[in-house]
Design a protein around this ligand. Structure first.
Ligand code: BGC
Length: 915
């Protein structure tokens, strides 16, 4: 029977498709969205051969780039083939449209570069030149810094003391062409020029391994300066540098040095001369309204102590103290590789509650990270306290026990005389509920706005289906990411922890890269990982390291896994080059520990399959996986990623060596942990999942091992995995023909499952499968975060297997990819998209009236292997019968696939499908 005509493309994608066709209709190929080092027109970069990328669009199917030409010039007017003074690449025969290394004249500090690009299409036709884009170099040498590191000369007794304010008035003599402020601090800073805040970044300079490096920021301040009198000011707060006591340890993460700043304002006059204003001994200092601030405890602000006009010219500073010059190695001051932290969005409260205990609590409706902007009109001296919590307890009272020692409290003392608006500068909170006390009137929703703060990564993915609980799960995964990508990938954003836990990071990285552009974010963090790595190659538990010795399997492997993920999702080879020594050091550490046995039995603290399913029932149907078994599995996996990396980087001898090592580990592993009949010594889901996912089971036993895994899932009726097993569970079940089991886990609503927290009203991913129990009581407050992204790792499976937008490991960065939806269980309609380095990939499918309709978008300069599920015969592509597709069967599925290769374009496939 001939299949029916395809229905209209799913409405969600209609506007997108119409737009891309009309936008490109006239031209065979167009070049847009120019990026340099993953950013749009960045300033202050450090890469001497920055990587250039562009997005191609075309209305023509199967369009590719066959050549490109890049021009780079010192001014837009020189951007022509004859005049480009930095680089004219000439026509380069290549299909490379991402991460093309700049190869022109050597770039120096402050060089401002304009660039444009054109390409040649599949028929050899040249596109028009793109619109120009720009990038600008930062300060590349320590010697570029003329400024001194300075601190206030005021003496403070307490560590958490009032924020020092530092200022300097100065004159500029002529018309200003442009100006840049380069600034860094030990502690956090907010800079002002002539009474205005500089830039829109917050919590600068961010968090790095301060023993080794601190970031500086570059701001274009051209429009903030005047001819004549000017002033500049900086306020400092503790941040991650000082009074920072993770896990309530009574030691300060980075010692108790002073809060220091180094700032250099470089002004280019219209006549080409330059003037530089620097932090130096002539600055003045004082204190003001910020009485104290720490990351965990919050900020106290007394508006009566504000110093109006303090960063403006002419401010009377006679009672201000001086400053002292301090030393911090200027070669440790580096440009950021990651996107800055900003206020990204705002949310409004949904309700003001009076709890049974009588507290006034505002419900923001979303567990969020950032802070509250408070707007009040009260008499001077009114002290308003905002406490922050994630949940209410079962009686409906404000619950803070799970914050451990983090006070998460901001205090604002009013100055009186009209409406006042307060936002903290040097802290952030993780919360849904805000307890407001000290306000003399009735608290209203209008007084509070939630300011959501995180690293400014572009949103890259979307996933939705017909099931609202699963859509809420996707929402929660995304908000888990928003809440924990604040310059460092953290475990949680609320309790006295908020650390860059490596295990959580590696578990969630693939999902994170589907949701948002994380390339720069991880690049920055991995640099700190390499710097903080122990001398013997073991990796600390958290990066930046404030907890001491690490060396835990599944955690330290972030050193190999995260670079590999960035390479796979962004086609970034540079990260492999940069991290290679770190990856190798880790593997060598484990090799040495394992010795001739090739079984690594760690001697240090291990976490194992952290927070896996456990019961107190006497027959103990829990799921504890032997830590040693996991340790050697990660030893094997890291070695595998290292040998693949060595191959990509052309390090043949290393590649061979590590391939051999893999064989030895695999043999030893089978002897130690696997019976000849395919039973693992730990008969747990995680043991099988990890061994199968990492390729540790001999081929002839894979099916048996997978069967045992599926049997265990069916026997329990639920997952039992913790942090290590969970990311791979549904993937392994799907690969080995147990799609139905994977779906049952996804759709399950009772504990333990992904949807259980959703049924309890979760708006983020919980740390534990049962953070809040069905009776409303809570898990152990010592370890019970309601915003922990690790279990959100299932998101990768939703994108790759359910929606079917999958990677082709041999063609990283989605240069070539797979579209292969996996309908099953109740899943009958899905829409997903991912903005890859080459542009938008989308997959929308539904089952209706006995037909499977799949609508796909494939970006220019890429290709996809498309698999269309079918239970009958006959396939239509864009309304026409297609006979060229190959039919493939797959184990465990009651349908087969039509397989065909497609170049760029928008396609609708229709097959017969009877579920
Ligand atoms: C963190 C985890 C982390 C773990 C190590 C916890 O305190 O919150 O997410 O991975 O310690 O076991």
């Amino acid at each position: 029977m001939k299949p029916k005509k395809p229905r209209l493309i799913l409405s969600v994608f209609l506007p997108l498709v119409v737009f891309s066709i009309s936008a490109s209709a006239a031209k065979p190929i167009e070049v847009n969205q120019l990026r340099c080092e993953y950013s749009e027109n960045p300033i202050g970069i450090a890469e001497k051969q920055p990587r250039l990328s562009w997005i191609l669009t075309s209305a023509i199917e199967n369009q590719v780039q066959t050549a490109y030409q890049v021009l780079v010039a010192s001014s837009p007017s020189l951007l022509s083939e004859r005049k480009a003074d930095f680089w004219n690449s000439s026509k380069v025969e290549s299909d490379r449209s991402i991460q093309v290394n700049y190869e022109g004249r050597e770039l120096k500090s402050r060089d401002a570069c304009w660039w444009k690009v054109r390409v040649w299409d599949k028929d050899g036709k040249a596109s028009a030149w793109s619109e120009p884009a720009s990038f600008e170099m930062g300060l590349l040498e320590a010697g570029d810094w003329k400024a001194d590191w300075i601190k206030s000369s005021l003496e403070f007794e307490e560590l958490d003391h009032p924020s020092p304010m530092l200022r300097k008035g100065f004159k500029l003599g002529q018309a200003i062409k442009s100006a840049r402020l380069y600034i860094s601090s030990l502690g956090l800073y907010v800079a002002e020029i002539n009474g205005q805040r500089v830039g829109d970044q917050v919590l600068t300079p961010g968090w790095t391994s301060f023993q080794h490096r601190v970031q500086y920021q570059t701001f274009d301040v051209s429009s903030m300066l005047n001819i004549g009198d000017n002033a500049m000011g900086v306020v400092l707060g503790n941040g991650w540098y000082r009074a920072f006591r993770p896990n309530s340890q009574n030691v300060d993460g980075y010692g108790s040095e002073s809060l220091d700043v180094m700032a250099q304002l470089e002004v280019l006059y219209a006549d080409g001369t330059r003037e530089v204003i620097c932090t130096d001994p002539s600055w003045k200092s004082s204190t003001g309204p910020i009485l104290g601030s720490t990351i965990y405890d919050g900020e106290s602000y007394d508006a009566r102590l504000e110093k109006p006009g303090w960063s403006k010219a002419g401010y009377a500073e006679h009672d201000w103290s001086g400053v002292e010059v301090v030393s911090y190695d200027k070669s440790k001051v580096v440009a950021p590789a990651a996107p800055p932290v900003k206020k990204i969005e705002e949310i409004l409260p949904i309700e003001v509650l009076i709890t049974p205990e009588g507290d006034t609590v505002v419900d923001m409706g979303q567990n969020m990270v950032g802070w509250i902007r408070l707007k009040v009109d009260c008499p001077a001296g009114t002290e308003i306290q905002l406490r922050h919590a994630e949940v209410l307890d079962k009686e409906g009272n404000f619950y803070t026990a799970n914050l451990r020692k983090a006070a998460q409290t901001n205090t604002y003392i009013c100055k009186g005389g009209g409406e006042e608006v307060f936002e903290p500068s040097f802290t952030f909170q993780g919360f849904r509920y805000v307890d407001v006390s000290g306000y003399p009137g009735e608290v209203t929703k209008e007084m509070l706005t939630g300011v959501v703060v995180h690293s400014d990564m572009e949103k890259r993915g979307s996933f939705s289906c017909k099931d609202e609980l699963i859509n809420q799960l996707q929402h929660n995964i995304l908000w888990g990411q928003k809440g924990n990508f604040l310059d460092v990938p953290t475990d949680c954003p609320q309790r006295d922890e908020r650390l860059g836990w490596t295990g959580d990071c590696q578990a969630f990285a693939p999902t994170a890269c589907y949701n948002m552009d994380c390339a720069g974010f991880y690049t920055k963090w991995l640099k700190d990982l390499a710097l903080d790595q122990h001398e013997d190659g073991a990796v600390p538990h958290v990066i930046p390291n404030v907890l001491g010795r690490g060396g835990a399997h599944g955690w330290q492997d972030a050193a190999t896994i995260v670079p590999w993920v960035v390479y796979q999702y962004y086609g970034d080879v540079q990260i492999l080059k940069e991290q290679y020594a770190s990856m190798k050091a880790l593997v060598e550490y484990m090799r040495k520990e394992a010795g001739d046995a090739y079984i690594w039995v760690p001697r240090e603290r291990q976490f194992g399959d952290w927070l896996a399913f456990a019961t107190t029932r006497s027959d103990y149907p829990g799921a504890t996986t032997d830590k040693d078994l996991l340790a050697s599995a990660f030893f094997y996996h890291s070695t595998d990623l290292l040998q693949r990396t060595a191959k990509i980087l052309g390090k043949e001898s290393d590649a061979g060596d590590y391939l051999k090592l893999m064989t030895l580990i695999k043999e030893a592993y089978a002897k130690e942990y696997l019976t000849p009949n395919g039973r693992m010594s730990s008969n747990t889901q995680t043991a099988y999942v990890i061994a199968l996912a990492y390729g540790l089971i001999p081929e002839e036993l894979e099916a048996v091992a997978a069967q045992r895994l599926a049997d265990d899932v069916n026997a329990f009726g639920h997952l039992t995995t913790g942090f290590l097993g969970t990311p791979h569970l549904c993937h392994v079940l799907t690969t080995y023909g147990y799609l139905e089991e994977a779906y049952k886990l996804l759709y399950r609503k009772n504990y333990p499952s992904w949807l259980y927290p959703v049924t309890q009203g979760a708006t983020t991913i919980w740390e534990r499968w049962d953070g809040q129990k069905p009776d409303g009581s809570f898990q152990n407050p010592g370890m019970n975060s309601f915003n922990h992204y690790a279990y959100g790792a299932v998101g990768d499976w939703l994108y790759r297997k359910v929606a079917g937008i999958d990677l082709d490991p041999a063609n990283p960065g989605f240069k070539a990819f797979v579209i292969k939806p996996h309908p099953g269980h109740e899943m009958n309609e899905v829409q997903a998209s991912h903005f890859s380095p080459y542009g938008t990939i989308s997959s929308a499918w539904k089952i209706e009236d006995g037909q499977f309709t799949l609508t796909v978008e494939i970006p220019v300069n890429t290709s996809a292997e498309v698999y269309v599920p079918a239970s009958g015969s006959g396939l239509e592509v864009n309304g026409e019968a297609c006979s060229s597709a190959e039919k493939v069967e797959e184990k465990g599925l009651d349908y087969s696939y039509y397989k065909l290769k497609k170049g760029s374009g928008s396609y609708t496939f229709v097959s017969q499908f009877m579920p």
